[in-house]
Write a protein that binds this ligand. Structure first.
Ligand SMILES: [Zn+2]
Length: 269
């Protein structure tokens, strides 16, 4: 019977009875995944295209004078690249002369590789926020590994190197996901809660005033309200004497050697 099935269609097997549940099952699984993503407040996925293999020209470390004894802050942006929002943010950062760190999703880097490349070329740091923004602690080890590996592959293709940090979706990690990720994990110490307020003024208030020397600020470059808040955030922090650095610069400046599998929230003096 098995030999027959391998080499030709066996008319005795009720194909419709077997095939229909498989098709319905696949729809259910995909449908549930789609709903889950919508509930996270993420944008819809765009049509995936194969990313081009491009060599990104990264500038030499931008000289911003000595950072010793200065108040430092790392602005970080998750869930991008966002359609339209990230390029507007890059324009603002360029105009203001500030750097940031982007934790991007592989599924979005794949459709907007030029945005990730531009961020890198303009002196910002681009890191991984996994492939599909799944809650990794809810997955099996092999599913979590598959997500991380796929994200690493996209990162490599788009930016031509390995990501050095990972930020877990929802800030959720466990011992096994820490082992799977293979890089240091970066969290945050100032939460703008921009996804909740969607209000530029509230975002500015949440960041300016609560940021300390060595803070890592969490925002998302997929909301118009967040982009609208950024000029005020930068001006407000500058008025308090802050200098903007990337996460890796902040760690280096504070003499912290980032270890694989370890979790970091801030780099206070
Ligand atoms: Zn996220």
């Amino acid at each position: 019977m098995w030999a027959k099935m391998r080499f030709g269609i066996n008319k005795n097997v009720p194909w419709l009875k077997i095939g229909l549940p498989i098709v319905v099952g696949a729809f259910l699984i995909l449908g549930v995944r789609g709903t889950f993503r919508k509930n996270t407040g993420e944008q819809e996925m765009l049509t995936p295209e194969a990313p081009m293999r491009v060599q990104v020209k990264v500038p030499e470390k931008v000289f911003r004078g000595s950072l010793v004894g200065k108040k430092l802050v790392a602005l970080t942006f998750d869930d991008g690249p966002g359609e339209g929002t990230t390029t507007r943010l890059l324009d603002i950062l360029k105009e203001k002369g500030a750097v940031a760190t982007f934790f991007q999703l592989g599924m979005r880097m794949r459709v907007m590789p030029e945005v990730s490349q531009r961020a890198k070329e303009e002196g910002h740091e681009v890191e991984s926020h996994t492939m599909y923004h799944q809650n990794l602690v809810m997955l099996s080890k092999s599913e979590a590994e598959a997500d991380i590996r796929e994200a690493q592959g996209v990162y490599r293709e788009v930016l031509g190197e390995e990501n050095r940090l990972t930020r877990m979706p929802y800030g959720n990690s466990s011992e096994f996901t820490e082992g799977v990720v293979g890089t240091p994990l970066l969290y945050w110490s100032v939460d703008s809660r921009d996804w909740e307020s969607k209000d530029a003024e509230k975002v500015r208030e949440a960041v300016v005033g609560t940021t300390r020397d060595g803070s890592v600020v969490l925002m998302h470059d997929i909301y118009d309200s967040t982009i609208e808040a950024i000029p005020g955030v930068i001006d407000g922090l500058r008025a308090e004497g802050f200098e903007f650095v990337t996460v890796l610069e902040l760690a280096e400046e504070r003499g912290v050697k980032l270890e694989r599998g370890e979790t970091y929230f801030s780099f206070y003096p």
